[in-house]
Design a protein around this ligand. Sequence first.
Ligand code: SAH
Ligand code: SF4
Ligand code: F3S
Length: 463
Amino acid sequence: MTKNLYIHTIGCQMNVYDSERIAEGLKPLGYVTSSLETADLVIANTCSIREKAEHKVFSFLGLLADMKRKNPNIIIGVGGCVAQQEGKKMLARVPYLDVVFGTHAIARLPQIIKQIELNRRTVVDIEMLERIEEIPAAPELTTRNKQMNLSEDGNKATSFVTIMQGCDNYCTYCVVPYVRGREMSRDPESIVKEVRSLVKSGVREVTLLGQNVNSYGKKEGLCPFSELLSRINDIEGLQRIRFTTSHPKDLSDSLIHTFKHLDKLCRHIHLPVQSGSDRILKKMNRKYSRELYLEKVEKLHTACPGIAITSDMIVGFPGETRADFEETLDLMKTVEYDSLFAFKYSDRPNAPAASFPDKVPEEEKKERLRLLLELQGYYKTKKNEAQVGSTELILVDGFSKKQTPEIQNQDVQWTGRTSSNKIVNFIQGDACDKIFTGKMIPVRIDKAFPHSLWGRAMPCSDC
Ligand code: SAH
Ligand code: SF4
Ligand code: F3S
């Protein structure tokens, strides 16, 4: 008998990957993914990185109260980082939950759900493990559906692959080490096997995920990250490799060098700096200086001219003065980021900075965020405009969800990304062949917008 499953994913790419594994693991129990309205089992996979993310979780769970009242047979579960953080305290706030499962309980979830189906007793499982529990079988095409970013022509060109869990860095603002546990790397064999299987199912680009991929395998004595990249680069049929996140303190010369000689490695690095002030970097426990960061940026440009660099920034960290903030703006002017995620500092449970003095008032944080985004808008536009007139190789992601409003063209619009991770919406144009998800196609960039580029496909060079 088939049963309907709806997974609501909040948070980072790791949660997206975990949600796929949850769906995969529940398949043998008869669950197929569906809409929320028709679900027999609803799972919220949650994020606790900032207070706002946590609020989102509780407002989604609030929506489910009515569903559960109307149909008490529905099973409602909460997993991910808020579940790990709150454990059974979740039940006091959301009494209609059937299961609270932590970030290390995904492999155990099918067993838990089976048990709940039988005896309807609430389960809380937030046990953390010492070793990574491998979940066999990479997701096959059959389990993928709209909720998993399938394109309209039925394929999926890109996929995440988590290569390590947890984090040992203990940045003072961050909740991740407490909700994801100690850093643990997966065996390279099983990663390569998973990528191969994804390629077989039509995936052409993988993004390798970890909180700090630069320290991959160090603890376990596995191969260095650069070697893992090289092994993945050898997989036939795979077109592109991305990875995230790189901690600047661990970005080695050998990894920088891989940009030079691995043909499938995309010309983009996400290298979060968080602040441009040494004083604040120290308080954040980031373990690098502004100078060291800029040195690495320089080396990246030398190894891979034109490489796109993106970052995360936090404004209003406790004790951040206007002068510290000016240093952040100054660093942005030096680096000229292609794109940036900026956040107002948020107190998190267990994170030491929550008890640091000299909190920055909310209004001031807002103002700093506004100034920072304004400056970043300038650089993003500048970088996008610099692409106009060039021809870029695009990996087709599928149909563009909405028409680019500035373009009065009724042709079917496709969407994809450049190697430097810029979104490009484009039309068939002069392409010699049919366009489909997963195809690599040259696109001439005709226009630049703040968040995307627009162009037309060109004949392939080998036609
Ligand atoms: N491991 C990655 C980051 C993961 S969290 C790294 O070290 O770069 C993603 C981003 O959320 C962080 O880079 C940081 O900019 C932001 N962030 C984390 N904790 C935060 C907090 N308490 N308040 C505001 N932003 C935060
Ligand atoms: Fe959080 Fe720092 Fe670890 Fe990133 S490196 S996950 S910011 S503790
Ligand atoms: Fe959020 Fe957990 Fe990712 S806190 S950012 S979902 S690791």
